[in-house]
Design a protein around this ligand. Sequence first.
Ligand code: SAM
Length: 292
Amino acid sequence: MHPARRPEPMSAIDTLPPLREVIAAHGLSARKSLGQNFLLDLNLTAKIARAAGDLTQCDVLEIGPGPGGLTRGLLAAGARRVLAVEKDARCLPALAEIAAAYPGRLEVLEGDALRIDPLAHLAPPVRVAANLPYNVGTELLVRWLTPPDWPPFWDSLTLMFQKEVAQRIVAQPGSKSYGRLAVLAQWRCDVRIVMDLPPEAFTPPPKVRSAVVHLAALKQPRFAADAGVLQRVTAAAFGQRRKMLRAALKGLAPDIQAVLRSAGIEPTSRAEDVPLSGFCALARALEEAAPG
Ligand code: SAM
């Protein structure tokens, strides 16, 4: 199409007021202590919602809706229902306006996402989408990745992180970013970075770049291992990543060198050189050496 005839870019995804007006009307000045960096561009939030895949048959769990930019993106994208968990009570009136515009499709729970169990409020299939508060993002991700049983309650996670955290999730062995998050995420999910955002995309702008990561749950983990043991091994191994594994892991078994060898890992190697398959073999060998 000739540029002159291109339609005006869509400035609204729904009939609700622009987010700047919502924030002014409800006095939602951003609070650093709650990790509040808001996305005000609804075209951008609609794009993040699209990255979460087809939502029309899904319940979506959103953590930290704030003034509701991403919430509106998810609803406009056709999410069957959105369950939003928000700690900041100041945001509730703004979210109630969104709920009224999408009858029966938005439920808001006020509280701390680290304490609330949302499962009773969700029907499968469930996808998770969030511009996560930085102070709780990694902890929530690790919880979602490490339930004892698999598959989990969700089919996919589409999450905004600081770019450095996003890179740690998709990192490969041998790189500086490779660590516990890469192992836990790639063990049970296909992971990819789907979007890269500059600080100016947010109000107020954070100090660092951000990125959206999409994690799709595999039907089964790539390799057998116990989630708790794998967590312990990776925490110990990467907690002292410059040390040889025989030293970093010495508290985990009386003869850690033998356990490492039985898992096919050289005791003198370092955590960042061990691939996912190696960590899973190590978790299994540790369980054999010290069951329970
Ligand atoms: N989703 C909104 C957006 O994209 O503009 C806001 C994102 S802002 C980075 C993070 C949001 O998480 C804030 O609304 C904040 O109040 C909320 N929040 C912070 N800690 C939380 C917690 N522990 N549980 C639930 N929400 C939390």
